[in-house]
Design a protein around this ligand. Structure first.
Ligand code: FMN
Length: 479
């Protein structure tokens, strides 16, 4: 199957699928955020929204939301022929990740991103209709569904991560990166040495680049030098990049908007507050390094890719849960955990559920500890729940049934303190941010007396099929 070329090609295909709605005349000030939030919350529709003719802006300067918020768009983004249910997606994606061969990006001299290049006095970040997403936000955020590119000053590898970007003035943006994230490590290494940190921010991008930049991919563990090699592997062809004139960082040739500049040691501006993926304004306002923008590139009629952050679910929550689950499952297997039957997440990353077919005493604990601390699981989790393979982990009521009936709290819930958290964690008081505890809930039947554990009520598949067939005319079993 041929991959879409860029965001615009992707949008055409989404429109053909009947999943794109165009919204004309919304105000960048709160209306875009409100419309996108309401649409995201409606389970009966899952459109991508393309806002055009935005108040105060020329027609053609657009904002896109809801990018990955449907199974079909997620499938299109990763090159699957058809949409899958959650379980099938996780299995197929796991398989794809396990067989990916890295393909390095190709450096090209030309690309649509060079249609407009502004430097020095020509730079005005208010040229773009960056939304004021929610009422309590501290300013307009041009970067929510964006991708920030940095380079490790020691080893030279590139990282691409989604870290929010707030407009400070015509030529300055603040960016927020949580401690421990790759971009933060790069930035801090530069600044600690007293050197400027080169940064490029891609504001409208290939949805696959967005997916790569929200995933906790590690160049050491996942066999890729950087996210570009990973994207090349998924696409089966090299991703085209152009060398940024200011920072020499590789920027996508077909991006919509790119900002290039430097953060400087000792220079900070107030960032936030911003309505975060947890649904709160927990990291509040703090001084953060900011970027003096030295070049702005954009296509004609550029599109800002926005992510509508909200009380969960946001418009990226479910897609993130699926791709994270597949990655976590692979990491557990790589760490030697046998007989894993499923992995899923709820509430973005706060709750991870793993089902296993127990093989030996301690199997469940081994699973829980690794799920809590492997790379895909380590950052800002809250609960890991391990269940037996008779539990359908995609049905949260079954997971709760296991927690309610197979857990003796004194023995089966353990809390580990001082784990990797973030200033975004709403339950940690302001002075203690950075570390949080994790609960491991072993909701499997106790291995020690597995054979004596009370049998559970069961309707055999044959009986199910029989009664469904016999009473098929009465609409009894349809949902
Ligand atoms: C829509 C969205 C917005 C995000 N914004 C931020 C952010 O502002 N700061 C941050 O540190 N992480 C943010 N994240 C999480 C990171 O993108 C994610 O942890 C990613 O793995 C970071 O890349 P890295 O592992 O290469 O550092 C966001 C994630 C999503 C899905």
């Amino acid at each position: 199957m041929a991959f879409y070329y860029d965001l615009r090609d992707w949008l055409e295909q989404v429109e053909e699928m009947g999943e794109l709605k165009r919204v004309h005349g919304a105000d960048w000030n709160l209306e875009i955020g409100a419309i996108a939030d309401i649409v995201t919350k409606n389970p009966r529709n899952s459109w991508a929204l393309l806002f055009d003719e935005i108040k105060d802006y020329p027609a053609g300067y657009r904002v896109l939301t809801g990018i990955l918020n449907s199974p079909r768009r997620l499938a299109l983004t990763v090159g699957f022929e058809s949409k899958f249910g959650d379980r099938e997606f996780v299995l197929a994606w796991r398989e794809r990740l396990n067989t990916l061969k890295p393909i390095p990006p190709v450096v090209v001299k030309k690309g649509p991103i060079l249609e407009n290049v502004h430097t020095k006095g020509e730079i005005n970040l208010f040229e773009f209709p960056s939304p004021m997403w929610h009422e309590l936000d501290g300013g307009r955020y041009i970067g929510t569904g964006s991708a920030t590119i940095t380079r490790d000053p020691d080893e030279g590898w590139i990282n691409i991560g989604t870290y929010r970007v707030m407009i400070q003035d015509e030529k300055t943006v603040a960016f927020y990166i949580s401690p421990g994230k790759d971009g933060r490590i790069h930035r801090d290494k530069h600044l600690r040495r007293g050197e400027p940190c080169p940064v490029a921010i891609v504001v409208g991008e290939d949805p696959l680049l967005f997916l790569a930049s929200i995933l906790p991919l590690t160049h050491t563990q996942d066999g890729f030098k950087d996210e570009y090699e990973w994207i090349g592997g998924v696409r089966g062809e090299p991703f085209e990049v152009i060398e940024g004139k200011v920072t020499q960082l590789p920027i996508p040739a077909q991006a919509e908007i790119v900002l290039e500049g430097f953060a400087y040691p000792g220079d900070e501006k107030i960032e936030g507050p911003f309505g975060e993926w947890t649904g709160y304004y927990a990291s509040q306002q703090r001084p953060e390094p900011f970027i003096k923008v030295e070049a702005v590139y954009h296509r004609n009629n550029p599109i800002i890719c926005g992510a509508v952050v909200s009380r969960m679910p946001s418009d990226f929550t479910h897609a993130y849960e699926l791709v994270r689950s597949a990655q976590l499952w692979n990491e557990l297997e790589a760490a030697g955990v046998p007989e894993i039957r499923g992995v899923t997440c709820y509430q973005h990353r706060f709750i991870t559920v793993v089902s296993i077919k127990q093989q030996y005493p301690g199997h469940a604990k081994q699973t829980a500890m690794l799920a809590m601390q492997c790379h895909a699981g380590a950052y800002l989790g809250r609960y890991v729940i391990v269940v037996d393979d008779d539990i359908d982990i995609y049905d949260f009521s079954q997971v709760l049934w296991a927690v309610a009936t197979r857990v003796d709290p004194i023995k089966d819930i353990e809390v580990v303190q001082n784990c990797w958290s973030s200033p975004l964690d709403p339950i940690i008081p302001p002075g203690d941010k950075g570390l949080a505890s994790r609960a491991m809930i072993d909701a499997t039947k106790p291995y020690k007396w597995l054979a004596q554990f009370p049998p559970s009520i069961l309707i055999k598949p044959e009986l199910k099929a029989h009664v469904k067939q016999k009473w098929s005319g009465q609409d009894l079993f349809e949902v």
